[in-house]
Design a protein around this ligand. Structure first.
Ligand code: FE2
Length: 327
């Protein structure tokens, strides 16, 4: 027996020329099993991929998923290649639940994670992300999502010089990594874990290979600056997206080691126009959709097209994630 899955609408959903954002698919078969919905994913892979490319996000609602293992089984049905946390240069401290599934961010509830494209501040990034709500927070805890192509259009209209500077020059990101994981920071991953190194020499050879410049600090921390990374990405269909971590870095890269105003510059080393960055952040906020998590929901996000973040929350929130490698 096949399952009945239909497009539904949810409050706050956005409408663009090319359709709804996000696309919301609800499983409306009473008592559907995990086996049935994974079979449905397999049968509809092509159509799902097309919807994702167009809208940037698909939210799966009322599918029979309850725990991390169910999520793991569901995402395997898409046949995407896994992107391993060990291979990434992500700043976040993470804990794996299964080989593919990890806790989204261990940072405390009062910490806001600002909008970003996953790992766009490093040369190694995933093409897509899955989020799974195992347990919705008591209040707050939405995952804000923002269409980055729409944002860049608005930037070209409202802050054209800044949009052009970003596109032409790219960005440099600098961050200070601790010598030991710091779970109290949203960017507390140690340099050893980030670069899979045990010694400074091993870290240096990896930094060199990736095109970073660096400085060792007296307290054992590593201050690392990326090679010039693009701030704008052109998708295969010609849409330009504001593909970077500028907003997150500028507003959020703040902990006991990091000062956001020094974390990011244009690719030629010139400072950013602060007012323009704040304007870009405001424009993004205006077109942000907050995923109203219900336990069991899955969101599939195109990382090249849509930014994500995390609102503050109270109570227990368990949102798991899984990343898909670039093709
Ligand atoms: Fe993220």
């Amino acid at each position: 027996m096949s399952v009945n899955v239909n497009i539904i609408s949810v409050p706050g959903q956005q409408q663009y020329d090319d359709g709804a954002f996000p696309i919301v698919l609800a499983c409306q078969t009473e008592g559907a099993t995990l086996e049935q919905v994974t079979a449905w994913v397999q049968e509809n892979q092509t159509e799902l991929a097309q919807q994702l490319t167009k809208a940037g996000t698909i939210l799966f609602r009322d599918f029979p998923l309850a725990v991390d293992q169910d999520f793991d089984t569901f995402i395997k049905a898409f046949d995407f290649d896994n992107f391993r946390y060990e291979d990434s240069l992500s700043n976040a401290v993470r804990v794996n639940r299964t080989e593919r599934v990890f806790t989204a961010n261990e940072a405390p509830p009062e910490v806001t994670i600002y909008l970003h494209h996953e790992m766009a501040q490093t040369p190694i990034y995933p093409s897509k992300l899955f989020f799974f709500c195992e347990q919705a927070a008591e209040s707050g805890g939405a995952t804000p999502l923002c269409r980055s192509d729409i944002l860049f259009q608005k930037m070209e209209e409202e802050i054209p010089e800044f949009a052009k500077a970003c596109e032409d020059k790219g960005l440099l990101y600098t961050n200070i990594m601790p010598a030991e994981n710091d779970p109290n920071s949203g960017m507390g991953r140690s340099w050893q874990s980030t670069f899979r190194a045990e010694t400074k020499e091993e870290a240096e050879s990896r930094l060199l290979e990736l095109g970073y410049t660096w400085e060792w600090l007296d307290d054992g921390c590593l201050k690392a600056t990326t090679p010039v990374l693009p701030a704008v990405r052109v998708l295969p269909d010609g849409r330009k997206t504001f593909y970077n971590q500028l907003i997150a870095a500028f507003k959020g890269w703040k902990d006991s080691r990091n000062d956001p105003s020094k974390a990011i510059t244009l690719g030629d080393g010139t400072p950013l126009d602060k007012a323009a960055v704040l304007k870009a952040a405001d424009l993004a906020e205006e077109i942000t959709f907050d995923v109203p998590w219900q336990s069991g929901d899955v969101a599939l996000v195109d990382n090249y097209l849509v930014m994500h973040g995390r609102r503050t929350f109270s109570g227990t929130r368990k949102v798991l994630a899984s990343l898909v490698a670039a093709e």
